[in-house]
Design a protein around this ligand. Structure first.
Ligand code: FNR
Length: 390
């Protein structure tokens, strides 16, 4: 039981605080997944199934969690994943999150459908942020956006490929977020009124609440019906590998394809020249029933691990889970909900605390498995039942 009189220590502690602070439709949007949320649950549960190998009497005086991702130095191999509407989780949410990420020394990724505009977020960060792009039908808008992203100093583009259409998220329907009409309006108003603190901090003092990178297309992010109509009209389900080739020609920086969950797709990603991939099922928000990130990572690493940089995401909830992903062969991880829980539950300071605590957990996992450098984490740190025949 989390109370105001205890310190939050884990992602789950911050989740409880976020739930208490956010209007229900916003918390559900953040917390929920597709359909019966089986994949959402598997994402978390499957990391817990990976036992680690305790080793002793190795000199672990100098343990270093730092690494390089996309030629950017990071204090640990963790990237804040792109989250739409994250700017509503706290006052000027993405600005606070980018600042926390910079302070701890990890990259922040701004979503196409983030709230705060690119320039505002970049100004808050001491390192170049990463930008996530969805392919929208209006290619001229994409080209203009790419130019703006490049001119802002961003050199890593995360192109998300697992959302030709948004998944079925029943929580959003139940609470009125994804439904229309007077009843759903009333539901949302009631949920808003039950969180006066959020109304004051975020809605009244945290404006403008527009989609910072799509301001001219959707001027008011509070008009969720207009947002949904725009998504339905503009998200482009015709996108194929030929469009990635088109994008690859236009983007001279690092290109990461996010949302790869299949070995054949991973091979194609390498073929079209992706500098990296994120093994991801979009945090269990797209097709319920697909495998977890932890489940798919080993075979994708075996197929393309020597040819491209591999990040994993979905259900990573601690520094120990980060270690597990590295032991399975990822070079780094993205985290989604945990950073937004910490931001919603504790603002910039909460997020900094959580990230620092994960770094400490990662350092301890390295210490107790007997590795001192990130690059040395691998299969040898997994406690696999040995087959006496082999
Ligand atoms: C997302 N995700 C996402 N991905 C993306 O490429 N662009 C986006 O705008 C969003 N928006 C978004 C909103 C919310 C509320 C969530 C929870 C997720 C997916 C995200 O980047 C990441 O893949 C998952 O969140 C990883 O799973 P965990 O860490 O949340 O379990």
């Amino acid at each position: 039981m989390i109370s105001k009189f205890t310190y939050p220590a884990t992602a789950n502690d911050y989740r409880a605080r976020a739930r208490a602070r956010l209007p229900r439709f916003l918390f559900d949007y953040l917390d929920g997944g597709a359909t019966d949320e089986q994949t959402l649950r598997a994402n978390e549960a499957d990391w817990a199934e990976i036992p680690l190998r305790q080793r002793v009497l190795i000199d672990v005086d100098q343990v270093d969690t730092s690494t390089t991702l996309m030629e950017q130095s990071c204090s640990m191999p963790v990237v804040l994943a792109p989250l739409g509407l994250a700017g509503m989780m706290a006052r000027r949410g993405e600005v606070q999150a980018a600042r926390a990420a910079s302070n701890v020394g990890v990259p922040f990724t701004l979503s196409t459908v983030g709230i705060c505009p690119l320039e505002e977020v970049q100004a808050a960060a001491s390192e170049a942020i990463w930008f996530q792009l969805y392919m929208i039908r209006d290619r001229a808008r994409i080209e203009a956006l790419l130019e703006k992203v490049w001119n802002s100093g961003c050199r890593t583009l995360v192109f998300t490929v697992d959302l030709p259409q948004p998944g079925m998220r029943h929580r959003d329907f139940r609470n009125g977020l994804a439904s229309t009409g007077p009843r759903s309006k009333l539901l949302k108003v009631m949920q808003l009124l039950s969180r006066p603190g959020w109304l004051w901090r975020v809605a009244l003092r945290g404006g403008p609440l527009s989609f910072g990178n799509l301001r001219d297309a959707i001027p008011d992010a509070r008009n969720l019906d207009a947002f949904k109509a725009w998504i339905d009209a503009q998200f482009d389900p015709t996108v194929t590998w030929a469009d990635i080739e088109w994008l690859r020609e236009r983007w001279k920086g690092k290109l990461i394809l996010k949302g790869i969950l299949d070995v054949d797709d991973a091979r194609d990603a390498v073929r079209v020249g992706a500098d990296g991939i994120v093994v991801s099922n979009h945090g269990g928000r797209q097709l319920d029933g697909v495998a977890s990130g932890a489940g798919k990572l080993p075979e994708i690493v075996a197929a393309v691990g020597s040819q491209t940089q591999i990040l994993a995401d979905g259900g990573i909830r601690s520094g120990v889970d980060v270690f597990r992903a590295l032991a399975l062969g990822a070079q780094g991880v993205m985290i989604g909900r945990p950073w937004a829980y910490a931001l919603a539950g504790g603002d910039e300071a909460g997020l900094s605390n959580l990230l620092e605590s994960w770094q400490q957990e990662l350092r301890l996992a390295m210490t107790l498995t007997g590795v001192t450098r990130i690059a040395d984490i691998g299969q040898a740190q997994l406690d696999r039942p040995q087959n006496p025949e082999s």
